[in-house]
Ligand binder design. Sequence first.
Ligand code: ADP
Ligand code: MG
Length: 461
Amino acid sequence: MTQEKWGLLRNKLLKAIGKNNYTTWIEPLEFQELQDGVAVFSVPTNFMGNYVSQNFADLILYEMNTAGEKVQRLAFRVAANSSARPKAEAESEPKVVRDAPVVTKMESANGAFESLQAAPLDSRFTFDSFVVGKPNELAHAAARRVSEGGPVTFNPLVLYGGVGLGKTHLMHAIAWELKTKHPELNVLYLSAEQFMYRFVQALRERRMMDFKHLFRSVDVLMVDDVQFIAGKDSTQEEFFHTFNALVDQNKQIIISADRAPGEIKDLEDRVKSRLQCGLVVDLHPTDYELRLGILQNKVQQYSSTYPDLTIADGVLEFLAHRISTNVRVLEGALTRLFAFASLVGREIDMELTQDCLADVLRASERKITVEEIQRKVSDYYNIRLSDIIGPKRLRSYARPRQVAMYLCKRLTSRSLPEIGRRFGGRDHTTVMHGVKRIEELKTTDGQIAEDVEMLRRALEA
Ligand code: ADP
Ligand code: MG
């Protein structure tokens, strides 16, 4: 690949990831060479290479391959003479930040060695670094069980859940664990996309026998993001046969998907029902406690890389509270904070956080609506929505109504008159009275305090 070509690719990346990300992460990359399918870049810091590799590698690979370059992976080397390099790394040798994918050698049908390149396992994705909370405890327990490598009890294990909730992390953790405890097992992890790619390649090169043999000789097969093959008929068919062959041999299969198998559109019924035969567990959206736990855990990991950095009280809580979309975004935010703080040599306080993460914070701003509050509160107290809004003055309606008004005042930017209007056209003084009343009760009545807290959390989750 020429420098010119990289220049053109950079424009594509700019379009794809936006100016901010581009300037921070892509611009400083210097393309060095492309050799044996590895594109080598020099980066100003180790940290930066890691960040790009974690967040943009897929995209960069995709763009390169689309542009006709045959690139299997990226490597980042810390430039020896970069000015942007923080002190701590200045003395060390240029390092390869991420290298060496996992390659499993297997004998193919015709006796020759076929190398089956599994997707590289991310060394950070282990059980040790996985924070367990209510939303993911079941998935974690199931993953742990499978990672013991004992007799196959549920097959397949299907982990499903939204983006960035830890599916890939858990799968890699299982693979690492199995590789350590049972090195004799042939463990293959790959994405459904890679499965398809290999399948298509085998078809093209008329090597279907090899393909079948390879996939049928693994002991543990993990296919990530299986929703990808929906609508791709011949890949689904091959997947189905591979799946059956392995289940027949009592080999463990682990699958992930972004939704429940039954809900994946354009996935053949027979594939769906196969997936549903095993243990299907979902990863729920994170709650505040889990997010905070993940952040604390991350900070601990960073503390060896950035021993001098400190975080002001309240910053992690703020992030856990404000960034509730997905863990990847949360981690990205923290990574950026650390990078930024270490470059400018400042403590991570609220001001720096707001500055550095303005775009992320804006994007994840979630507006809680009056309707949502009314609905949650009526559910919580087991009364009808119309009773919260309606005119009845019974205590069993009046109190929840006041709680709802209080939450509207605290969690939305609506004015008192506006809130009054949404509560059946009540006067703003009524709303004010309600808000005051709950404020008082919160200090004297433990039950009310708890109710309000529970509701607030549920609304902000
Ligand atoms: P998914 O595959 O579900 O989209 P990933 O497994 O790629 O999500 O997770 C996204 C990021 O969030 C990863 O960096 C992962 O390490 C991190 N992550 C998600 N859940 C947890 C958790 N419970 N503990 C620690 N890190 C987590
Ligand atoms: Mg994933």
